[in-house]
Write a protein that binds this ligand. Structure first.
Ligand code: 5GP
Ligand code: ZN
Length: 111
C-alpha cells in the first residue's frame, strides 16, 4: 500500500524509534504515547485490520502476540502490560494497517 504510513515505517521510508525487526514483523515506539511505555507491533504485510486477517495469517498473529511479552520485558515492564487492538472505525482504529498496542509503566485505564 503506497500511501500507508505503517507500510512506510516497516520499509524504513519513514523514520521510527524501532525496537525490533525481522522478516515478518516490526515494532516501534508510538509517536504519541498513551503510557510511559507505548509501542506498536506491526506485520510487514499490509493487513488493513483484524477484520481483514485470514487463516493464512494465523502464525503471523501468534508471533505478534508472543513478541509482546518479550519486548515488554526488555523495556522493563516487569509488572505486566496491556495489549490493545483497535479494529475498524467503531473500534477507534485510526491507522488502517493492523497493529497491536503494548502499554505499560504507569496507571492505565481499565477496559
Ligand atoms: P489506532 O487508533 O489506529 O489503533 O492507533 C494508531 C497509533 O499509531 C496511534 O497511537 C498513533 O499515535 C500512532 N501513530 C500514528 N502515526 C504514527 C507515526 O508516524 N509514527 C509512529 N511511531 N506512531 C504513529
Ligand atoms: Zn500498510
Amino acid at each position: 500500500m503506497s500511501d500507508c504510513i505503517f507500510c512506510k515505517i516497516a520499509q524504513g521510508e519513514i523514520p521510527s524509534k524501532k525496537l525490533y525487526e525481522d522478516s515478518d514483523l516490526v515494532a516501534f515506539h508510538d509517536i504519541n504515547p498513551a503510557a510511559p511505555v507505548h509501542f506498536l507491533i506491526v506485520p510487514k504485510e499490509h493487513i488493513a485490520s483484524l477484520e481483514e486477517a485470514h487463516a493464512r495469517h494465523e502464525m503471523l498473529l501468534g508471533r505478534i502476540l508472543l513478541l509482546a511479552p518479550m519486548l515488554a520485558k526488555e523495556l522493563g515492564l516487569t509488572d505486566g502490560f496491556k495489549t490493545v487492538i483497535n479494529t475498524g472505525k467503531g473500534g477507534g482504529q485510526v491507522v488502517f494497517h493492523l497493529h497491536v498496542h503494548v502499554l505499560g509503566g504507569g496507571k492505565l485505564a481499565h477496559v
